[in-house]
Design a protein around this ligand. Sequence first.
Ligand code: PMV
Length: 308
Amino acid sequence: MITASAPGKVILFGEHAVVFGRAALAVPVTQLQARVTVSENSRGGIWIEAPNINLSSDIEQLPPDHPLARVVYSVFTALGKSHPPACTIYIQSTIPVASGLGSGAAVSVAILRALSAYLGQPLPDEQVNTLAFEAEKLHHGTPSGIDNTVITYIKPVYFIKGRPVKTFHVGAPFTIVIGDTGISAPTKESVRSVRKLWESDKPRWEKVFDRVGNIAWDARQAIERGDLTDLGSLMNANHVLLQRLTVSCPELDRLVEAACKSGAFGAKLSGGGRGGNMITLVRKENAPAMAEALKSAGAKRTTVTQVE
Ligand code: PMV
């Protein structure tokens, strides 16, 4: 029996513009985890059990483009296993689905690691990242690759699509409170609608993407200097541009506003938007009060994470 885990993630800066080649920053959230256990089974076949999504099925009964089945098949193909042994792949996750916290990528990475180890040929990180990116295409349509990258390497990532992975230095640890609207919002749809906007007036939206990319670059410098005041202002500025890209929603705006009124350095939506999660930057000692303020403003759950 083999178990592997992968963390959730938050995008600190640059979502959506990153799909169009601009820089983005993301960090792992290790309090949230996907966990996959592969064990022998005596009934034959490859079984996938995912109680979180009420799935218990022989892989052959799933449509061939089912994201979980595709990840499993990609391991067999990568390892040249045309007759894989009977096994059960048990998937558990504390990462909320379709809420911008990287649940799809984390499940993919955990399956790739657990199953390849079970088959005696653990895949190296680079291959895990490549195969998880293929699976992301099923979740996101045209993903940038940032989710699978930060989740595979479990490090803060300064990400530009198609370029080698870069991590960045955190000058002084800082605290983020994540607030969940409880609204499930598929990233594929928000990514698609941003693409439509862009197609309607490319010069205009390219300028917006440039501004987002510059914010991500400035934010990286602020993080390296440990300048929380600047970092907070950059979050606010990024949120305004995300509103302009039409990916915020009243519930996210309410949480962002509540955070700013409750003394945050700054706040913004995080991930695909139109629901899902927002993040806010606070002093460590203020995190419990901020979590309460977000709950009063409608957050269904909150998570506190320290970026170091
Ligand atoms: O998985 P999410 O919801 O955190 O969104 C990923 C970020 C996007 O920039 C919206 C899409 C992408 O592939 O980078």
